[in-house]
Design a protein around this ligand. Structure first.
Ligand code: UDP
Ligand code: MG
Length: 330
């Protein structure tokens, strides 16, 4: 019987202790399911035995595919590589650290069969510190006012996408990828599945506070020029205030003569305006930085080795991918 194929993409960065666990967990879930499956691990420049462990699985089964990057390019680009190299009719994205319960795959498949193009897992914040939960809800509150796609707290990359949705995603060829937003941008009908947050099995999270902060900023400036608009309006508002202040002072000077020069007013306005100007410059800089990177037109990632033969993966909409060929790798 010819089963329909589901692809699972797992970006992995220093996940040696999790590779076998996630593989075993996935195999169990596919027992008795009317779909064939392939598991694509993206080794994102791991410095531990991740690649070795993946290769061990490859020796055991043809269902395991891998792509190994020449260095760490980040999860977003690992996902892009995954989407560009899977052939499934539906594609599931999940983390290697078992934080995404494999048992949800059945609900994903049900959603897919019901005709949904995106079946999204939404976690609660159980186990997260109160501070982190507060910052996250604040962030989502702000970002949803700034960007024009809807971002939901707790909805991450753990989801199933139909082939149509994956093809749509592949048309968005930017290098600076904010997947959460891109998933939302492509639209399509969506089904949400709720699940309880699970702590990481082994290893530690790769998200430091600064990485999270940068990710947050990426989210804000990746989608539109609204932050630039906000700078414009802030500038206009301050200009208006200053004009009012100047006219009032001018009026007082004309009426009462020049009063004692105000040290406090001078210093505070210099500091305040200086701060606003630097902030606005920063926002403009973010956009220029993005233009700079996109105009370089570099490949988004480099593949050092893979067991996917060229021509075997989906070829439509495939942007520039450069592979470092080493004899014997293919
Ligand atoms: N990951 C990756 N490249 C990176 C950072 C992370 O491929 O540069 C992978 C990581 O191996 C894991 C997933 O992305 O499978 C999520 O990472 P992590 O668990 O550290 O994030 P968190 O769950 O804390 O958001
Ligand atoms: Mg994790």
């Amino acid at each position: 019987m010819n089963f329909r194929l589901i692809s699972i993409i797992i970006p992995s960065f220093n996940e040696a202790s999790n590779i076998e666990l996630i593989y075993e967990a996935l195999v169990k879930e596919f027992v008795g399911v009317n779909y064939d499956y392939e598991i694509l691990f993206i080794n994102d420049g791991s410095t531990d035995d991740t690649l070795l462990r993946i290769k061990k699985l490859v020796l055991r089964t043809q269902k395991v595919k891998y792509i190994s990057f020449t260095r760490n390019f980040g999860k977003e680009l690992a996902l892009l590589a995954g989407f560009q190299h899977v052939k499934g009719e539906a594609v599931i994205v999940m983390d290697a650290d078992l934080q995404h319960p494999c048992a949800l795959i059945h609900s994903f498949i049900n959603g897919f069969e019901e005709g949904y193009h995106q079946v999204i897992a939404q976690r609660n914040r159980k186990g997260d510190s109160r501070f982190r939960s507060f910052i996250s809800s604040l962030y989502y509150c702000i970002i949803n006012k700034v960007v024009d796609v809807e971002l939901r707290d707790g909805c991450g990359d753990f989801r199933l996408l139909s082939r149509k949705a994956v093809d749509a995603l592949l048309m968005l060829n930017e290098g600076n990828r904010f997947s959460k937003g891109l998933f939302s941008w492509i639209g399509f009908n969506q089904k949400i599945i709720y699940y309880e947050n699970v702590p990481r099995q082994n290893g530690k999270t790769k998200w430091s506070f600064t990485k999270l902060l940068n990710y947050g900023i990426d989210g804000v400036v990746s989608f539109n020029n609204r932050p630039l608009r906000i700078c414009f309006y802030t500038g206009a508002f301050i200009l208006l205030l200053s004009l009012v202040y100047i006219f009032i002072n001018l009026f007082l000077i004309i009426r009462n003569g020049i009063a004692e020069p105000g040290y406090f007013t001078t210093i505070s306005s210099i500091l305040f305006l200086g701060g606003i100007q630097l902030l606005c410059l920063g926002v403009i800089g973010e956009y220029i930085g993005r233009i700079y990177y996109e105009t370089k037109n570099r490949p988004h990632y480099l593949i050092e080795e893979t067991n996917i033969k060229s021509g075997e993966c989906y070829e439509g909409n495939r942007p520039r991918v450069y592979k470092i060929h080493r004899s014997g790798d293919y």
